[in-house]
Design a protein around this ligand. Sequence first.
Ligand code: HEC
Length: 125
Amino acid sequence: MKTAMTLAMTLSHPMVFAQGAAGVPSTSAGFDIMVSRQMGNCLACHELPGVAGLVSTFGPSLKGVARKWTRAELTQWVKDARHIQPQTLMPPFGTSEGLTKANPPRAILSDAQISQVVDTLQSWQ
Ligand code: HEC
């Protein structure tokens, strides 16, 4: 069992070991956006392939997600998941439409960044 101190350290410095399927560190721009706390922060809610450490089960694991959705659908999930699942708790990353107190007061990710994220999602067969 973790002590409070160890837990506090783990939470402030989660051990995120990003590795590709063959144990090679992942270097894709999309992956970097997904694990960045300032940008995608997808790890807050999703398990991502190749990431060990704190694994969130708030949302579904994104392992094998490319087999479930087309590129257009994956883009929609990231841009504004409300168009697929109206009651979703996943934040819209590509728009502030319908939000009265968006923080930041703009889309979190640009279309180019979302495209990079989707490139990475599509590689997860
Ligand atoms: C605040 C939590 C949260 C964050 C942050 C978040 N998601 Fe989600 N996401 C969810 C939830 C919850 C679902 C499940 C759908 C639902 O219940 O609405 C989901 C569903 C998805 C799906 C569909 C998965 C499937 O199996 O059908 C994809 C793809 C996805 N998210 C990608 C991302 C990406 C990429 C990021 C980061 C840019 C991200 N999510 C950030 C909560 C989140």
